[in-house]
Unconditional design. Sequence first.
Length: 159
Amino acid sequence: MSQEIEDWSTARLLVTASRMLEHTWELLLREHGVTHAGYTILEECLIDGAQPQRKLARSCRVTDQTISRTIERLERKDLVSRATDPSDERRQLVSITEAGRQVYARVVADVRESDALSDAVADSAELRKLLLRMIGKFESAEPAELSKARDVAAHKPAV
């Protein structure tokens, strides 16, 4: 590791590591024909069972429009299916199919075999705690606090 990188701010290191991880993750997912959003939907349906689109959108932290397009792509590949909610016929429930379970299992297996994804951090439990705390802080931040950060960024010229 060069001295230059060692002098970077923690935020710069985190953003750089995040981009590198995202690139690696997207390549692995692409090999299985899914996006990050698609993988997240498969995981949510596998863990929590059939769910309405709106609940999936909140769980995946995306808009209703994004989740709708992603579900349509997964449905075309027979990775999820939609059925009318018996308790509310206006709603559709999204479920993972057997093909979706197989894709999910193959992705999980590939992650375990990938040094870049599984062995990048010696103490992943500690990193996990830190990331959960960071996400929690962002999610609990007051809108004014986030707005102020956006305003500061908007007034700084981009290089």
